[in-house]
Design a protein around this ligand. Structure first.
Ligand code: 3H9
Length: 720
């Protein structure tokens, strides 16, 4: 007999055979989050459960297919004014989860993403079941938002799965799929989604009857030794701290605070939860967390933006078959992300050797997926079968899209464009993976220019998240929408920019790299330039970056923007001289740095200084000035891109810089960084630099106006 539903706002409760079944289904929201109202619903549901003698146990599940609980409501963090506000939010949840933990048996039935506070709720339950659906995964992603788990995660997880495994999850925020969660003891059981509810009810009955007890995780002897004695734990904490510092260079406070919170749980009773709440509150107020939270909202807002301002919005055309021209590094890279997205790929190059090389490169990426258990053996085989090669245009007669990734030369691009258009159907979208040549110039040779646009992937394609889509004035909006939609299918963060030399990413990168080159011209050491920018938060310094992308590629991009923007981007001497000497960077195993036969980077190649204007004579420039000279050139250029209409919004500029060129995420992006420093201070520094380097740092008009008016790029609250 089923009792009538008791209406709750986000969580509804039904009682079946003495088991309270709580369904979390936040009305009108795409995912379940612990808003204040949902938290109140949970609290009152459990008060009823504990009070009502007819209820013997409970099951909690989600009413949203593929989404269990996405954690705390991140939007609420925007209202925190002090660290105490954050601490209070954390403290408010602690008694609720403690009451669940200490009360009647609760089974947590996880189907889909279980994140942050959702995972912490699961920890407080007595039995956890996950479905074997590919979307089902458990994580504590708080550090990625610059905070730590604040609903008991730093305290309960180590007890559940052991200290080392818990730290691995808490410090990285990584996602654990159902199968791995089962191995770790993070969940107790894995079932097919169709039987989740039934099994969960059954387990609740068994727990209530006492016929089933939650088994403690079977820790290995080594794990026991480490977890259960203070010396062992001290070793684990020390190693974890070293690992965090090596990875974050001390720039991200959250993982270090997480270590303190976890450690506090071992030192005294109850204090761990207080420490967790205090640190959660403190971290929520850090600029690092605020910028990471900004990035979360900016990226989710971007997912809804189709890149065109027309109404009604055209429907995206499906891309089921893709032709790729050029089986080189980029072409093969694109194939390796297109195939897992379910696309049939046909890759063409001039001869069979190149095609074979391209197919081998695709195979290598798929093999990596297999090794990391991201795909099964049959899936791996299927993925490889979906990519084929050709030296003519056979198979291009029915493709929905062609992406050309041939040599960066306008005549070559025109030639292939004509060839493509002669074989593909009129509906086919033709995209160029050019990183520098203006799309309108490429499209000028097309018989259907409205179907030609740019899709600038970043290298290595399977790792780099950004896709820059470049449109020109004559594009059909449906073509743009289709490219955006397909880019997202490939798992990319997509920004749409207008055509112009260097588009956005390469345009802002050019003056930054150039500034580094000018420092080299003066005799500043390679290490001190790279170190200064790495300490600012870039993943690698600008000189290493030039080696990575290839000196030929960097100089070519530099020449295009120099031609377009004149004195502001006039090339430095050093990089020109090094390329003229025949050094290509990592790919040629000789650049500014030394490389071994496998391409692994060693130290600076001291002999490279002989090629530079000051030879072996060194000079020093303070790290802070190095950063200003490189970064302010980039900040100013980003604003100029906005003024020129290359960027559609500061949001796109921030996302493009963070996901495309490694602008430090904890600084939010160039526009956010300007907001933090203040437009007036930025203009003052630019003016000072301009006096020293005339023509290179003329502050953008917008910045100057903002310095006077106090206007901001962003208003308070969630970015749209
Ligand atoms: C936490 O839990 C702290 C606790 O330890 C302690 C607290 C005291 N909050 O990404 P999507 C929105 S910290 C608010 O496009 P998908 C999102 O903005 C939290 N809003 O969907 C978007 O809104 P809109 C730890 C959220 O299917 C809409 O939902 N949790 C939240 O591609 C759809 O999102 C996380 O960090 C949230 N927690 O991916 C999880 N989550 O429609 C962050 C989503 O207005 N979330 N929204 O643009 C995610 O990683 C993904 O959203 C998820 C779904 C995987 C869940």
């Amino acid at each position: 007999m089923t009792a009538p539903a008791i209406a709750q706002r986000a969580i509804t409760m039904q009682v079946e055979r003495g088991i309270a079944v709580l369904t979390f289904d936040a009305p009108g929201a795409p995912v379940n989050t612990f808003t204040a109202a949902a938290q109140q619903d949970l609290r009152s549901a459990f008060e009823t459960i504990q009070r009502d003698p007819a209820i013997r146990a409970a099951v909690i599940l989600s009413g949203k297919r593929g989404n269990f609980i996405a954690g705390a409501d991140i939007e609420a963090f925007l209202d925190f004014r002090t660290a105490e506000d954050g601490e209070a939010a954390s403290c408010a949840g602690h008694p609720d989860f403690a009451a669940i933990e200490k009360g009647k048996p609760v089974v947590c039935a996880i189907d889909g993403g279980c994140l942050g506070g959702g995972t912490e709720l699961a920890h407080a339950c007595h039995w956890r079941i996950a479905t074997d659906r590919s979307k089902t995964a458990v994580s504590l992603p708080e550090v990625q938002l610059g905070i730590i788990p604040g609903a008991g995660g730093t305290q309960r997880l180590p007890a559940l799965i052991g200290l080392q495994a818990a730290l691995e999850m808490i410090l990285t925020g990584k996602t654990v799929r159902a199968k791995k969660a089962l191995q770790l003891g993070l969940v107790d059981e894995m079932v097919h989604p169709s039987i989740l509810r039934r099994v969960a009810l059954q387990r609740a009955l068994e727990l209530a009857d006492g016929t089933r007890q939650r088994e403690a995780k079977h820790k290995g002897a080594g794990e026991m030794l480490l977890d259960e004695n203070p010396i062992g734990r001290a070793i684990v904490f020390r190693k974890a701290r070293e690992g965090v510092l090596a990875k974050t260079k001390g720039l991200y406070p959250a993982p270090l605070a997480a270590l303190d919170a976890v450690a506090a749980g071992y030192t005294s009773d109850g204090d761990g939860y207080q420490t967790e709440a205090r640190l959660f509150g403190e971290l929520a107020m850090t600029p690092e967390s605020q910028e990471l939270v900004f990035l979360f909202f900016a990226t989710t807002a971007l997912k809804r933006d189709m890149g065109v301002e027309v109404s009604p919005l055209p429907k995206p055309l499906p891309v089921e078959r893709l032709g790729i021209l050029g089986a080189g590094f980029m072409g093969a890279g694109i194939a390796s992300v297109a195939s897992p997205a379910g696309t049939i790929v046909r890759m063409k190059d001039a001869d069979t050797a190149r095609v074979a090389q391209g197919l081998a490169a695709v195979r290598e990426v798929m093999r990596e997926k297999l090794v990391k258990k991201q795909v099964t053996r049959p899936q791996f085989d299927d993925l490889l079968l979906s990519v084929s090669g050709t030296t003519d245009y056979s198979g291009f007669g029915n493709v929905d899209m062609v992406i050309e990734a041939v040599f960066e030369d306008l005549q070559v691009k025109h030639q292939v464009l004509r060839e493509i258009e002669a074989v593909v159907p009129p509906r086919t979208i033709v995209a160029s993976n050019t990183s520098t040549i203006p799309i309108s110039r490429i499209a000028s040779a097309s018989v259907r220019p409205e179907r030609v646009l740019g899709m600038h992937f970043f290298s290595p394609v399977h790792k780099m998240p950004l896709l820059e889509i470049i449109t020109h004035d004559g594009n059909d909006p449906q073509v743009v929408v289709s490219a955006v939609s397909y880019g997202r299918m490939l798992g990319k963060t997509v920004i749409v920019v207008r055509d112009g030399p260097g588009f956005y990413a390469n345009r802002v990168l050019s003056p930054y790299v150039n500034a580094a080159g000018l420092l080299l011209d003066e005799g500043v050491s390679i290490e001190s330039i790279d170190d200064a920018l790495v300490k600012f938060g870039f993943p690698v310094g600008p000189i290493t970056l030039v080696d990575e992308v290839g000196l030929d590629v960097a100089t070519k991009a530099g020449a295009i923007v120099a031609e377009a923007f004149g004195a502001r981007m006039a090339p430095n001497e050093s990089i020109q001289r090094v390329i003229r000497s025949g050094r290509l960077g990592r790919k040629g195993k000789r650049g500014f740095y030394l490389y071994d036969d496998d391409g692994r980077k060693g130290g600076v190649d001291a002999s490279v200084y002989d090629l530079l204007p000051t030879g072996q004579k060194r000079t020093t420039v303070p790290a802070e000035r190095i950063v200003q000279r490189c970064v302010y050139a980039m900040l100013n250029e980003a604003v100029l891109c906005l003024e020129d209409g290359i960027l559609r919004s500061p949001r796109d500029g921030d996302i493009g810089a963070v996901f495309g060129i490694g602008f430090p995420p904890f600084r939010g992006g160039p526009f956010r960084h300007i907001g933090r420093v203040g437009a007036r201070a930025v203009v003052e520094t630019l003016d000072e630099l301009e006096r020293e380097f005339p023509g290179r740092y003329q502050a953008a008009r917008t910045l100057r106006a903002m310095a006077v008016s106090g206007a901001q790029f962003y208003s308070a609250g969630k970015p749209v």
